[in-house]
Design a protein around this ligand. Structure first.
Ligand SMILES: [Zn+2]
Ligand SMILES: [Zn+2]
Length: 197
């Protein structure tokens, strides 16, 4: 059992269940995808006269993705402390339905600002809490959600560009190798032309 730490570096009471396993898994999976992509495409691109500029697009997205991933991991999501409690209490109005005035977090013993929530994994209250993401091993809150959205956007874009570039590469390979002009003979001895869709 470990003990969580506050933004000021002081130890907080209670357990924190954060661990870095999914960060390592994320980086390993991303590394495997890009190694395969590099291995398969760069090996043949010069031979097939495929433009290098198209192949570089996923790498540009990877750089932005890794920067936003790192920032999401290390940025304080908006942890509520004794020092900033009053400041956060005035950011959003209490609707008295979901967010009631003068409610205290039973774990942190701090007044809960509207739209804040206690993260049971990190064991702290977060301002404008969205969720706890195991892939970045951090809460997603008011102060790091912009990095998280850029991370999601670039991750989706890089997956899409890898798929599009790989498809374009295969289509180019088919044209270069004249596969679309190939023929075959069926079981009845009839000659057919391969139809490429
Ligand atoms: Zn709390
Ligand atoms: Zn958390």
């Amino acid at each position: 059992m470990t003990v969580g730490s506050s933004p000021q570096g002081k130890l907080r009471p209670g357990p924190s269940r954060r661990n870095h396993s999914f960060i390592v898994l994320h980086l390993v999976l991303q590394g495997m995808v890009y190694t395969e992509y590099t291995w398969e495409l760069f090996g043949y691109c010069q031979e097939l006269e495929f433009s290098l500029y198209y192949l570089l697009l996923p790498y540009l997205l990877l750089i932005v993705n890794l920067v936003s991933f790192t920032l999401t991991c290390v940025t304080n999501p908006g942890i509520i402390t004794k020092a900033n409690e009053l400041l956060f209490l005035h950011v959003y109005e209490f609707d008295e339905v979901m967010f009631l005035k003068n409610v205290r977090c039973s774990t942190c013993d701090l007044r809960k600002p509207a739209r804040s929530k206690h993260c049971s994994v990190c064991n702290w209250c977060v301002h404008r809490f969205d969720h706890h993401c195991v892939w970045v091993n951090n809460c997603i809150g008011a102060w790091n959600i912009r990095y998280f959205l850029i991370y999601l956007l670039t991750l989706t874009a890089s997956a899409a560009t890898v798929a599009i570039v790989s498809t374009a590469f295969l289509a180019h390979l088919v044209v270069m190798s004249d596969l679309y002009q190939e023929t075959y003979i069926d079981d009845f001895g009839h000659l057919h032309i391969v139809i490429m869709l």
